[in-house]
Write a protein that binds this ligand. Sequence first.
Ligand SMILES: [Zn+2]
Length: 297
Amino acid sequence: MEAKICRYKNNAKGAFTFVFDDGCYGESTEWVYEIFKGIYEKTGIKFKATSAQTVGFISPRLKDRWVELFEQGYFDLSAHSLNHCIGYNKNTPSEELHKDAKSSQEELYKMYGIKPLTYVTPGGGSDEVGWNALKSYYIANRNGNDRINIPSKIDWYDVGTFTAMLKRTNEEYKNNIDEVIKMGGWSVQINHWVTKKDEDVFHSQSYDTFVYECDYLAKKAKENEIWVSSFNDAVLYLQEAENSTLEIKETDTEYEITLVCPLDKDIYNYPLTIEVKLENTATCVDILPNQTIKIGK
Ligand SMILES: [Zn+2]
């Protein structure tokens, strides 16, 4: 018998994440919700994107709608500063960095009753000084560059990105997904909004390419080539997988497999997929950190 922790959930070859920045684009958010809901109803594949929210951008009316959206399970929450003006770098005094990091988390918790585990630095120009301040409050930070993340090489406070843009074609979105699968990587796509207009504002993505991209992702997810995950879930999965080991005990009739995870169990409670090979059959099962499962011989 052989058992291993899979690189991604369901033993998919790659992973893909949508992060929608700022949290304030009402009409676009409704379209995204409708598209995700349609995919779920058609294919059974449930997409969950991450909404990275700037506290000062969320009006009371928007807040009420986000409460409903989080409950539906198509979005989860990340922090994206108090007012979007702060530079997470050496030019900002340390007290200001800590105040923003801590207060963003507290304010979002007050609004939603959800404590954001991850951060998304606003604007460009963040550096190690800024990321160090985030380490006291968050388990990961999404940062700038266009690239595909490879699990064993991720710097958790500088998670790389692929930026959605109006001028990108269906082909470019498809190629990014194909490359992710081929490389066994994780792509984190920055979106601001989805638009039905022809003018680009803050890296918008056209409605049509977004529909195309989601359909292609759903097809690849159905074939188990890619795992479409929120930012938070992917971070939990990858950090747990990186730190855990499998402990296997054998009796006359069965194997007992325990996922040993030394990380804080109040945070790290996301199920990992393990692959168990018995003679010629391979089976995948999901198991929680520090849980034991029994497999008959
Ligand atoms: Zn932003």
